[in-house]
Design a protein around this ligand. Sequence first.
Ligand SMILES: [Zn+2]
Length: 453
Amino acid sequence: MGIRFYAALWVCKAVRLALRVLKRGGTTLPGKLAFKLCPDILARLSSGVDTLIITGTNGKTTTSRMAEQIMLSARVPCIANRSGANLMSGVVTEFADNVNLFGKKRLHHAVIECDEAAFAVVTKYLKPRAIAVTNIFRDQLDRYGEVTHTLECIRTGIKNSAGAALCLNADCPLTASLAQSAAGEVTYFGMNVPSDNASGALSDVPRCLRCGGSYEYDFRTFAHLGGWRCTDCDSRRPEPDVAVSAVASRGADETRAHFSAFGEALEITVPLPGDYNLYNAATALCVTHAMGIDSGTAAAGIEQAHCGFGRMERFDLGDISVRMILVKNPAGCDRALDYLTGISEAHTCVFCLNDNIADGTDISWIWDAGFERLSFSEGKRFAVSGTRAEDMALRLKYAGAAEEDILKIRSEAQLLDFIERSGENIYILPTYTAMLSLRDKLGARCGKERFWR
Ligand SMILES: [Zn+2]
């Protein structure tokens, strides 16, 4: 291999090491420099590495963690961009970490989460064995037309990946339309039953992509997802190869559901709440099947995918360690509070209370949790945040906290600044949606890869 390749590789490794020594997480800069020095570095680093790419609007991270756990359950160790650094630079950094100074590869499998726009560029160099597209939605703040742009970025990436098996969401007309651009095998995943949140009021796809006619739905799962068909042409939801056939139980921490996967019936306890995580599980089953893993092994992998997701997850921000403990009901909250009372070192507790649907819109449960068990010594500060910060502050006051010791922090950016400047370790107790958003932003700030598993 050429001198440019080694120069780029060594710069990448040196910068990564320097950032680590300085305790500055960095999964972006090393890869960015390496890519500048040697544009085809990713092609070289990824050749001979069997790679699975997960892209789409929602569920990339969760699906990637499930797919990674499935690979581990099948005894296939793999590299993965767990930090969520899912642009070209982050992907290059991850693959560079997998080789020694002489370019020799350590692992030969990869699970890569990829941003939808970056996907078109990454696939110029990285040739995946399988691709999963989770779904395509308009992000809240995106401009009109953004959905079509996202669709075309992903289509370009698929055209770049002629040899890849493609796994598509059957329930999403946008995603399913990508099959037209596939050169290889296409399989579909979906839900055969409506979700617990099947309002279907908003649609990013009001008109048939092929003929401009209108879509009809036998059932809905989320927004424009469901059992769709065009009233004017023969365009319709393809039959999924992996499907959620019934939801057995919906718990605060997990969802038990029946799946059919390539003709096999499976009952899986998905260790996350919310029906959208059933989609993530179906995606992971589908894409790991394309990697040659049997459905039974995959099901076991999904059930073990407990790690992360805000459950005692740790992030290092400089010298400060931040631990996140997801709370959403009195019993779980009491366990977390017991844990906090057992900590002897100085620390600050942060409570983030949201009342979105995934959190539970009724937050009265905080009055059933035993916040009284916290120690309220003089000058001990607490921070509250989230859409229901006021309620949380009131709860702490009734539990015994002095009003002046309760800091109400409005925005997430302010909260992160507060954490960084706190000078002591932080324990965050967030509800579900607060956790999802905070862990993303904490991850971005600390450069991550420091997950406590
Ligand atoms: Zn049509």
